[in-house]
Design a protein around this ligand. Structure first.
Ligand code: FFO
Ligand code: GTP
Ligand code: MG
Length: 457
């Protein structure tokens, strides 16, 4: 890490201010070279914002009026010397100032390189560094909260706790292998099994948050399906709380799928309103129906709407057939017009799903639908306040591998294999968990993680 790196740290475009960040052992020299302090406090003091001008001395040009700060390492973001220049939020000012810093010896930073340095210098572990990207990319309050909790080290602490327990087991094993005849407490298979089961439970507990974690991070895809005229577009509009899709009394109004992104109780949702599925020879409608089927297949979750004021028809039955293997919710709509079939009759054709009675014309049932989605995502048991969650695919994969090798260890114990073999599986578990926090991780994986960052972070 000999190089001093520089980049624009703020979003590209017009803004109130824009910040250039410089990190590395030449940061101070470069700042002194391009920044002329002015005004009443015209002196660069570490960690004090100073007013002045960026000046290109070679060309005798004043580039911008700025505020700049120099922060002596290692107590900085990157744990190196850092300089930050707050320019006017103009892409020209930023480009010129950055160009000048590069000319004076800095190198253009790669995406994520500032945070990568914080990791390589030991200020953050890998899961905390990953949380930094998640913070920047979070689209809802909840995913932001989870990321902040991870940046604070919530996950890291858990992982370190489990690794410490594994280390204890490894020590027990080693001592028993190396000094079997000494006067030490004998490690029985029962004791070993007990310890490993306890560790397994801790891993399992983390994994149990993964499905919620992923849904909060990546969102869920919901398709609204049903025959024509049952109220699919009305539902889309009600959930969006705006009139997005055309609603008329004419069956076959929606001819193409309509997709919208929204947040339902802080859960990111991709909602697809589809064309009503029915037998038709209309060419445009047929294409729309094809797309409805595709939306159905791609969805994580289906909302099937029926018109409760009319008898179940062959079209309902046709759609119902496909719902049996899909996670679904059944709506019996138009309850204001009365109800001609009961829950069991619709379950018979569509499967044993939950049912909500709605009157979308009056907004009746919308809250119930939102609550249903919320409960589905949180699995009904997780407290919403708990932001300690695993939501990163890399972490989930490694936790699964850890669980796998612990299971292997348990099998070995059951058949009373030699301790050396069991030791290997326990060690593997220890290493997999180490990869999460970046303790035992290859350079390739580190590069892959930081490649997902934006420039200047
Ligand atoms: N101007 C500016 N704003 C920013 C950042 C930045 O780098 N620059 N950040 C970055 O993206 C975020 C803040 N995160 C930061 C995290 C750690 C440190 C830091 O210096 N940590 C030292 C302790 C500092 C102290 O004790 O005063 C350390 O951990 O050793 C700075 C910023 C958001 N706002
Ligand atoms: N009485 C009553 N009418 C409703 C209700 N929900 C929707 N409607 C009416 O039913 C008609 C069809 O509603 P849409 O939302 O367009 O139905 P759709 O399923 O999208 O229909 P297609 O796009 O044709 O497949 C409209 O006239 C709505 O106002 C309800 O709960 N009660
Ligand atoms: Mg419609």
């Amino acid at each position: 890490m000999e190089d001093t790196i520089a980049a624009v740290a703020t979003a590209y475009g017009e803004g109130g201010i824009g910040i250039i960040r410089i990190s590395g052992n030449k940061a101070f020299d470069i700042l002194k070279d391009i920044f002329e302090p002015g005004g009443e406090f015209a002196e660069i003091v570490s960690r004090r914002m100073t007013y002045g001008k960026i000046v290109d001395k070679d060309n005798n040009e004043i580039i911008d009026e700025v505020l700049a700060v120099y922060m002596k390492g290692p107590k900085t973001y990157t744990a190196e010397d850092v300089a930050e220049i707050n320019c006017h939020g103009s892409i020209v000012a930023l480009r010129k100032t950055l160009g000048l810093a590069l000319r004076k010896g800095a190198r253009m930073a790669e995406p994520g390189e500032f945070t990568k340095r914080a990791f390589l210098n030991g200020r953050l572990d890998l899961s905390q560094a990953e949380a930094v990207i998640d913070i920047v990319k979070a689209k809802t309050d909840k995913s932001f909260d989870v990321a902040i909790s991870q940046l604070e080290g919530g996950l890291s602490l858990k992982i370190m706790e489990i690794r410490q327990k594994l280390l204890d087991v490894l020590v027990d094993i080693t001592v028993n292998i190396d000094y079997p005849d000494e006067d030490i407490e004998e490690l029985t298979y029962e004791k070993l099994e007990e310890n490993i089961l306890l560790i397994g439970e801790m891993i399992e507990k983390l994994l149990s948050t993964a499905s919620t974690g992923r849904m909060i991070r990546e969102g869920i895809r919901i398709a609204i399906v049903g025959k024509p005229n049952v109220g699919k577009s009305s539902l889309m509009n009600s959930l969006l709380k705006e009139i997005r899709a055309i609603v008329t009394e004419i069956p076959g109004t929606t001819r193409d799928t309509i997709e919208e992104t929204l947040s339902i109780r802080n859960i990111p949702v991709y909602l697809v309103d589809t064309a009503g599925i029915r037998d038709t020879s209309d060419k445009v409608e047929l294409l729309g129906i094809e797309k409805s089927k595709e939306a159905f297949n791609n969805a994580d979750f289906i909302i099937f709407i029926t018109d409760g004021s009319r008898p179940i028809s062959s079209e309902d039955k046709e759609i119902g057939k496909y719902l049996k293997e899909k996670k679904s919710l059944i709506l019996i709509n138009k309850s204001d017009l009365g109800r001609v079939f009961d829950d069991d009759e619709i379950r018979e054709i569509a499967g044993n799903h939950d049912i909500i009675e709605t009157s979308l014309l009056n907004g009746k049932g919308i809250e119930d639908i939102e609550e249903f989605i919320e409960n589905m995502v949180y699995g009904g048991h997780l407290s919403q306040k708990d932001s300690m969650m695993v939501n990163n695919v890399r972490h989930i994969e490694l936790l699964r591998k850890s669980r796998g090798s612990l299971e292997d260890a348990l099998k070995m114990i059951a058949s009373k294999e030699a301790l050396d073999f069991i030791e290997i599986d326990v060690k593997n578990t220890y290493e997999y968990l180490g990869e999460i926090i970046g303790e035992t991780v290859s350079d390739d994986i580190i590069d892959e993680v930081f490649a997902r960052f934006c420039l200047g972070k």
